[in-house]
Design a protein around this ligand. Structure first.
Ligand code: ATP
Length: 234
């Protein structure tokens, strides 16, 4: 569904992403793992059109390279950024309304709202609370829910476990799996917690220094001795 070929991103003389190829099949969870500074976030930002890049990106068979972010999100490719970036001064309800900004069909918006409240009951309890006062885990739920309000056909999640209490990390990953299974929504997941990422995904890419250093089915990579030593603490 998403095909990335020879993707490169540079910041001045720094080659953050250097000839990355990756693909995400329909309905799959694919993870992109790697150490700090490996180029994971830059890859997602390039796919979303937030930063300039070289290479070819196709979504549903159509080229999207060079399109502005608003045109890419309008095709259903939704990005939940690192650090969540909820609108801190708006309430939970207002953040969800912002996610539905492009939705013209009010009954569909209401159905999406019901779905996110079923998925994240805690958000329903906190509708009038300012988003900036939610806990890290609750903000992550809100960021995912906000993306779901935009009728995504594809989700990109950047470090959903970052800065979240371990108890909530498990919950968030269960929700990610449920969203993928219930909606058949393909997900490209960037994650530093390699163990969890390899558990929920079917395919994985390991980035190192902006390049794909290893790729394959997640169950196989979980058992790979090099990966175990470098990323899984074995
Ligand atoms: P992390 O897990 O720490 O978020 P990452 O794998 O997501 O890392 P990137 O954030 O994509 O990696 O960064 C890749 C490289 O590009 C790093 O060396 C980083 O310092 C550099 N970089 C990222 N953003 C910028 C920027 N705006 N200007 C200059 N260099 C940048």
């Amino acid at each position: 569904m998403l095909q990335v070929s020879a993707l490169s991103v540079s910041y001045g003389s720094i080659h953050a992403v250097d000839g990355v190829n990756l693909s995400v099949p329909a309905g799959a969870i694919v993870t992109l793992i790697g150490a700090n500074g490996a180029g994971k976030t830059s890859t997602l930002r390039a796919i979303s059109g937030l930063i300039p890049s070289k290479g070819r990106i196709t979504f549903n068979g159509e080229p999207i390279s060079g399109l502005p972010p608003h045109a890419i999100v309008a095709r259903g490719l939704c990005h939940v950024p690192e650090g969540r970036l909820v609108f801190a001064n708006l309430t939970v309800r207002e953040n969800l309304a912002m996610g539905a900004y492009l939705e013209r069909d009010r009954s569909r918006e209401a159905r999406n709202l019901d779905y996110v409240f079923t998925m994240f009951p805690r958000l329903h309890e906190r509708l009038r609370q300012q988003a900036g006062t939610l806990s890290g885990g609750e903000q992550q739920m809100l960021a995912i829910a906000r993306a779901l309000m935009g009728n995504p056909r594809f989700l990109m999640l950047d470090e959903p476990s970052l800065g979240i209490a371990p108890r909530l990390v498990q919950t968030i990953f269960e929700k990610i799996l449920a969203i993928n299974r219930e909606q058949g929504l393909p997900i490209l997941l960037v994650e530093q917690n390699a163990r969890l990422a390899l558990e929920v995904s079917s395919l994985a890419y390991v980035l190192e220094g902006g390049r794909v250093f290893m790729e394959g089915p997640s169950p196989r990579l979980r058992e790979d001795p090099t990966l175990k030593a470098a990323y899984l603490g074995a």
